[in-house]
Design a protein around this ligand. Structure first.
Ligand code: TA6
Length: 315
């Protein structure tokens, strides 16, 4: 590996000796990706502050998924099918892809890693489809984090396949009661706490005072997560992912999850870029691309007024 490359990229051992890749941007921001699950577990700004929530009780023991960071739900979101919840990609070992096909967009990023997942014989028994899932995780100048998934149907039997998908991002927040999510107002959603009954969101920002598990349909490509206390706004941009899921387990569910601390619900919110309502169908040879870009803006960016609408309107 060239010295140039190692400035931005390093393969090392993480928890339980699992392989991980460290990405570094010379200005100080960084990210960590485990080959187990193709799972981003850390994203830090150029002050070294962690921006993703990772449970203090997360287990790094296959086949259990890692609790926190950005789990990848594929080929099934939640219980939308007969596979285990959220599919199998998050509890499989991915490989580093040293010879990825040319990347669709011209990018100046140097801090990136390409991972690849192909089905094992085991998978083919439960989901009889041949595919190539390429994931690029990139840390941009200025510290934004970008995940680009390219999924290709490589079936040789002429069969198409369909799947649902989510980047199940756990954002770190200082106090969930002080968080607002902007960009989902007036949209229809399916409430997972009410047998997926369909509702229309009220006209104001989403705030949190109890368990939330909602699947928003056909959302804008930008969503803002505002952490008032931290004077920080996460801007989530997405392509190829029409839906968005918002989740906080609150106290009871938190206590019921072994790999989650009883009070940790106060410091996380999941806002997940997803394709659920209309499953994606690929014929052999076809490829789908789903992109997630996370960035942060501080309140000063909006001249002191934390005006999320301006954030969503800004470039
Ligand atoms: O994305 C929200 C959700 O589907 C919730 O219903 C909740 O189950 C959460 O995912 C976590 O799922 P997990 O399988 O990681 O425990």
């Amino acid at each position: 590996m060239s010295s140039e490359k190692s400035r931005y990229y390093e393969v090392c051992k993480g928890f339980n000796g699992l392989d991980k890749v460290l990405l570094r941007d010379p200005r100080g921001s960084s990210a960590e990706v485990y080959l187990y699950g193709g799972h981003v577990t850390s994203w830090k700004n150029d002050h070294g502050e962690e921006l993703l929530f990772l449970s203090s009780k997360a287990t790094f023991k296959p086949p259990k998924a890692i609790r926190g960071g950005i789990p990848i739900c594929f080929p099934q979101f939640s219980c939308h099918g007969n596979l285990d919840r959220h599919g199998f990609a998050r509890n499989r070992l991915w490989a580093i892809d040293d010879h990825p096909p040319p990347f669709p967009t011209n990018t100046s990023n140097k801090a990136f890693v390409d991972l690849i997942l192909k089905p094992s014989e085991e998978e083919m028994k439960i989901w009889p489809h041949s595919f190539e899932f390429r994931l690029r995780v990139a840390l941009g100048p200025g510290g934004y984090l970008m995940l680009t998934s390219r999924i290709r149907n490589t079936n040789t039997d002429g069969k198409p396949f369909s799947f649902t998908f989510a980047y199940h991002t756990y954002f770190f927040v200082s106090d969930i009661c002080e968080v607002r999510v902007e960009g989902l107002e007036t949209l229809d959603y399916l409430d997972n706490l009410q047998k997926k009954k369909r509702f229309t969101e009220q006209g104001d920002a989403l705030t949190f005072e109890s368990e939330v598990d909602k699947m928003y349909l056909s959302t804008p490509t930008k969503i803002a997560i505002i952490d008032h206390e931290k004077k920080r706004t996460y801007v989530l941009r997405k392509d190829g992912l029409p839906d968005a899921v918002v989740w906080n387990p609150w106290d009871k569910k938190a206590k019921a999850m072994a790999d989650f601390g009883d009070n940790e619900y106060k410091h996380m919110v999941c806002v997940e870029a997803a394709a659920i309502e209309k499953p994606i169908t690929l014929k052999p040879g076809e490829e789908w691309k789903g992109r997630l870009e996370l960035s942060i803006v501080s309140s000063s960016y909006c001249s002191g007024q934390l005006d999320p609408r301006r954030v969503l309107q800004c470039s």
